[in-house]
Design a protein around this ligand. Structure first.
Ligand code: FMN
Length: 192
């Protein structure tokens, strides 16, 4: 399978959990014979979109055009990010706004209803967080995750979209972290 790993952590520091999770997944997938491409959002010079005109009428910047090409190539997408103020970091949202342009991710012109352009791709979202994952799911109703799954990824046609929530990160001991790395490697091997 062609797998696109998107590491959405804004911080380049190598010790960030998200980077390690993305690497474990990518390495295991490669070892299992899958083709893997990786985008590290923190390496990109991302400008915020400022207007609908820019969104609809201007060409995507070169780095975003390359990411679009990677998305078209992919059959499965892994998206990893830390929960910041209850949702994805602003840099990752800016990345998605630049990449998921009309006419690339969806086509409004064909009919009144937007036509999804990225069908045939599955996805997994991995979110790390300080709070226990059960609190995010049941106290905060995982609103931001549901929005990403349903209103962004599925809106482009991707599916099925699955998720993994890793909570209590600061309190996790070595054994816990190792179990997360093993779980990511298992998912990478299965391209799930
Ligand atoms: C700016 C910022 C905002 C954060 N907001 C939340 C939050 O709303 N809920 C939460 O559970 N953890 C929050 N955290 C903790 C991070 O989610 C946690 O440190 C991260 O998932 C650990 O993974 P990492 O090592 O890859 O950064 C926040 C951290 C930062 C830096």
């Amino acid at each position: 399978m062609n797998i696109l790993v998107i590491d959405g952590h804004p911080d380049p520091a190598a010790e960030r959990l998200c980077h390690v999770l993305a690497t474990r997944y990518a390495e295991a997938a490669t070892d299992a014979g899958h083709a893997v491409r990786r985008i590290d959002v923190h390496t990109l010079a991302i400008d915020f979109l400022r207007s609908q005109k820019e969104y609809e009428k201007t060409a995507a910047p070169a780095w975003a055009a390359a990411a679009q090409e990677d998305l078209l190539w992919s059959e499965h997408v892994l998206l990893v990010y830390p929960l910041w103020l209850g949702t994805m970091p602003a840099l990752l949202k800016a990345f998605l706004e630049q990449v998921l342009r009309p006419d690339f991710a969806f086509d409004y012109k064909a009919s009144d209803k937007a036509e999804a352009r990225l069908k045939g791709r599955s996805a997994r979202i991995v979110v790390t967080m300080g709070m226990p994952a059960v609190a995010y799911r049941w106290w905060f109703f995982a609103h931001s995750l549901k929005s990403l799954e349903r209103n962004i990824l599925k809106f482009t046609g991707m599916g099925p979209v699955r998720h993994t929530l890793l909570g209590g990160v600061a309190a996790a001991d070595e054994a816990k972290r190792r179990s997360w790395f093993d779980a990511m490697a298992a998912l990478g091997r299965q391209a799930r």
